[in-house]
Design a protein around this ligand. Structure first.
Ligand code: PEP
Length: 259
């Protein structure tokens, strides 16, 4: 199944709608860059709000920039939107798509599919978020994840597979979810085995090059367990990415486990 081996693990910070000012964003970015200056084997990505991207791009070469969304259109009459091409031209290389917080705002798998295709066409690597809101005893959340993957990746070619990253984010474990619960590495590992099977059915051996991340309140205390036993190639980090020390600790844990 894993004919083409994954080489680099990845830790990606999703800053969401934080921090309040460019000044604070610069400080967070600079502090993070300082802490991770000796990292060699781990890919480090930060996804700040759009309007900080240009300034942050100039501050570090070590941290690759990602966006939190994009729009699947060419230039034109799309008020308020930012296209994949604009982001690429700014130096952005990743884009988080299908995050549960955007799905809550009404984004469908079809919307996400259009964004994935246009992002790939413009050179951005999509980080496709999938995840269930809750779990139940009949395990039908597996079907939901399968549907999210199949619909969002419909029509994506095998040759693009290596550029795609899947982030498994059980919504019930995300830090901002009310009455959240901790997910375990076993929860992650079961689901990543399933996700790899769905991806293999779609892409064949090329699926082995797709990195899968875990996201959901990842922090320095549990990062090692998820990376060792969660079946993943890295982590998508929300809240902890707003703390340069915590985020860099996670990166260092990942680096130490990278062979
Ligand atoms: C997220 O929402 O993508 C996320 C991983 O958040 P947190 O780490 O804060 O749960």
């Amino acid at each position: 199944m894993t004919k083409n081996k994954i080489t680099k693990k990845i830790v990606c910070g999703n800053w969401k709608m934080n921090p309040r000012s460019l000044k604070e964003a610069e400080k967070l970015f600079n502090d993070t860059a300082k802490h991770i200056s000796d990292i060699k084997k781990t890919e480090i990505v930060a996804c700040p709000p759009f309007l900080y991207l240009e300034k942050l791009k100039k501050l570090s070469k070590k941290i690759i920039l990602g966006a939190q969304d994009d729009f699947p259109g060419d230039v034109g009459a799309f008020t308020g939107e930012v296209s994949a091409e604009m982001l690429y031209n700014l130096g952005v290389r990743y884009v988080i798509l299908g995050h549960s917080e955007r799905r809550t705002l009404g984004e469908s798998n079809l919307d996400i599919n259009k964004k994935i295709k246009s992002s790939l066409a413009m050179g951005l690597k999509p980080i496709l978020c999938v995840g269930e809101r809750e779990r139940n005893d009949n395990h039908d959340y597996f079907n939901l994840i399968k549907m999210q993957l199949e619909e969002a990746l419909e029509g994506v070619s095998k040759t693009s597979a290596a550029k795609i990253i899947i982030a498994y984010e059980p919504i019930w474990a995300i830090s901002s979810t009310k009455n959240r619960k901790d997910a375990t590495p076993k929860d992650s590992s079961e689901m990543t085995i399933f996700i790899r099977r769905v991806l293999f059915d779609k892409f064949g051996p090329d699926a082995g090059r797709i990195r899968i991340l875990y996201g959901g309140s990842a922090n320095p205390r549990d990062a090692e367990d998820f990376l060792k036993d969660g079946g993943v190639d890295g982590l998508l980090v929300g809240r902890a990415s707003l703390d340069a020390k915590k985020f860099s600790q996670i990166v260092k844990i990942c680096e130490a486990l990278n062979k």
